[in-house]
Design a protein around this ligand. Structure first.
Ligand SMILES: NC(=O)c1ccc[n+]([C@@H]2O[C@H](COP(=O)([O-])OP(=O)(O)OC[C@H]3O[C@@H](n4cnc5c(N)ncnc54)[C@H](OP(=O)(O)O)[C@@H]3O)[C@@H](O)[C@H]2O)c1
Length: 340
């Protein structure tokens, strides 16, 4: 039996989740919530997607442009087994009430406060914690990237402390918010929200993060400093990361020296939208001095949480084990490497 899935929001994240859900053999995409009848809605309708709107005024806008509306978002919420909410961060509280009233389990995204959900989710770290929950939060792109890499290094090499300095892309490539012509401290205070957010996934990890916003649209880059309780070697860390799901080792020796190259790598791999779903670690940046390891990591902000959203659907409804779900999702999105 197929899982009936609704997606609320069809922007940077919701669009990707919708197209990914549509590829899963155990899921049926029932409909998508959206407010404006733009090119994304038009192409979605051409592909056979059904759109639902919050209010009659939105329906009128769709009708005026000749685009069909299948009903209200309230109706969509009633029809589905689970809803993936990818609306702007500010709407979470309002929609949470609607989902709870309809007894429809919901996944929220990392822009929402951790307190909105019963549990935060990264598939390979805590898949089972979401089973049977009503409200789950798939954490943000940077938290996902950090949690995958750090949980695996901690399991094998016993981390005592992590520091990450994050250079953040200022805006997504398709958002007309304008570029910053400066390096903005984001925020000025330490830590940035990313470290505390990682603690919602890895509560025992001692981590501090700092973040600056830079005038670029593709990828965040982390300068990672990892203190360990024992000595290790770069080769041992590389071996650990090669055995970690959804981590990709990249190398300057292959010409990947910047986010221009990681972006181009995504296009070259030929995946949907040129997306890279893995945490990307520069293999030749991995250095060990004493008990301290250093490395750089890139996070493709638009794509990295996509497989987590698909896995979280199965985790909440308990339709597959962690390993089964990661494998199914990875196969559907052409993600190679280990699944456990
Ligand atoms: N962008 C990233 O890099 C990124 C990465 C990880 C996590 N996240 C998180 O993912 C969430 C969504 O972010 P995003 O970047 O995908 O946002 P986005 O691109 O702005 O998309 C938001 C979507 O929500 C729709 N929407 C607006 N008001 C609505 C309403 N009242 N009811 C239903 N739908 C409504 C919009 O539709 P219309 O366009 O038709 O108005 C749009 O499709 C946030 O929590 C964010 O923090 C974002």
């Amino acid at each position: 039996m197929s899982i009936k899935v609704g997606i609320n929001g069809f922007g940077v994240i919701g669009r990707r989740v919708a197209y990914a859900v549509n590829k899963q053999e155990d899921m049926e995409l029932i409909g998508i919530g959206k407010t404006s009848p733009d090119y994304k809605a038009k192409i979605g309708i051409e592909k056979g997607f059904n759109f639902y709107v919050p209010e009659d005024s939105h329906k009128e806008k769709f009708n005026k442009t000749g685009l069909k509306v299948s009903g209200s978002i309230d109706e969509l919420i009633e029809k589905v087994d689970i809803i993936v909410d990818a609306t702007p961060g500010s709407l979470g509280e309002m929609y949470r009430e609607k989902y709870l009233n309809a007894k429809t389990p919901a996944l929220f995204q990392g822009g929402e406060s951790k307190d909105l959900a019963e549990v935060s989710f990264v598939a390979q770290c805590n898949y089972e914690n979401s089973t049977g929950k009503n409200v789950v939060r798939v954490v943000s792109c940077n938290t996902t990237g950090l949690s995958r890499v750090l949980s695996s290094i901690d399991n094998v090499h016993d981390i005592s402390k992590v520091t990450s300095v994050i250079a953040r892309r200022a805006v997504d490539p398709d958002l007309p918010k304008g570029m910053v012509d400066s390096v903005s401290l984001d925020p000025v205070s330490v830590p940035s929200h990313h470290g505390p957010d990682v603690s919602t996934i890895l509560p025992d990890l001692d981590i501090v993060t700092m973040a600056i916003k830079i005038p670029t649209t593709h990828n965040h880059v982390h300068s990672l400093i990892i203190d360990l309780n024992s000595s290790t070697t770069p080769d041992a860390i590389i071996d650990t990361l090669k055995n970690t799901p959804r981590v990709m080792l990249v190398s300057s020796k292959e010409g990947i020296k910047s986010t221009a190259h990681t972006f181009d790598l995504g296009r070259e791999l030929g995946r949907d939208r040129g997306d890279i779903y893995e945490s990307m670690i520069w293999e030749d940046s991995i250095t060990v001095i004493g008990n301290r390891a250093y490395m750089y990591m890139a996070v493709a902000q638009e794509a990295i949480v996509l497989p987590e959203n698909v896995d979280a659907i199965r985790a909440v409804l308990n339709t597959a084990t962690r390993e089964e779900s990661i494998k199914t999702t990875n196969d559907s999105l052409c993600i190679g490497g280990p699944t456990s």
